[in-house]
Design a protein around this ligand. Structure first.
Ligand code: ZN
Length: 180
């Protein structure tokens, strides 16, 4: 089911997400909703708080060229990360343009490390520790930030911040805020 994506200004987007427990009811349905919603909006990643579910869960589905391990499971066209923890960040810091389904109409360049090492649970609550680099590392860090209540616009410098304020104020006035 396609769910409503919360837009900038919604309080949930600024809150840290809660850790998920193994007995969480309706997890497969929630993950399915997230894939339906992400694919509907042609996104390449989505965090649960973006649809008002404030849990430590995000999905990522970049292209197969970017992630050779794309097909983590037979069920969904992408990967599922639960209760993730970034253990290490490294490599270079690189600036690249990013977009966000919760901040429509805005693209900003965000500086992020090119390599990360992360510990997470998959959709079956199996633990993994894995390294990511390139675009996949970037998408994962963007979604991971959502679980901490951090948005891409929090990661840009003061000068650029001021230039996007007008756009953000307009989004705050939109009517898709459900959790205020
Ligand atoms: Zn986002």
């Amino acid at each position: 089911m396609i769910r409503t994506v919360l837009i900038y200004g919604d309080a949930v987007l600024k809150q840290p997400a809660a850790e998920m427990s193994k007995d969480f009811a309706g997890l497969p349905e929630l993950i399915q909703d997230m894939f339906d919603t992400m694919l509907h909006h042609k996104g390449i990643g989505l965090a649960a708080p973006q649809i008002g579910e404030n849990h430590q869960l995000f999905i990522v589905a970049p292209s197969k060229q970017i992630d050779p391990f794309f097909q983590q499971n037979d069920r969904w066209p992408g990967r599922v990360f639960i209760n993730p923890v970034i253990l290490d960040q490294g490599g270079l810091f690189k600036s690249m343009p990013e977009g966000c389904l919760s901040i429509p109409g805005l693209e900003v360049s965000v500086k992020r490390p090119t390599h990360i090492r992360m510990q997470y649970l998959d959709h079956l609550f199996q633990p993994h520790e894995e390294s990511f680099s390139g675009v996949l590392a970037r998408v994962i860090q963007h979604e991971y930030d959502h679980l901490q209540g951090i948005l891409m616009t929090d990661r840009i410098n003061g000068f650029r911040q001021r230039s996007v304020q007008g756009h953000l104020r307009r989004l705050e006035k939109t009517e898709t805020h459900h959790s205020k």
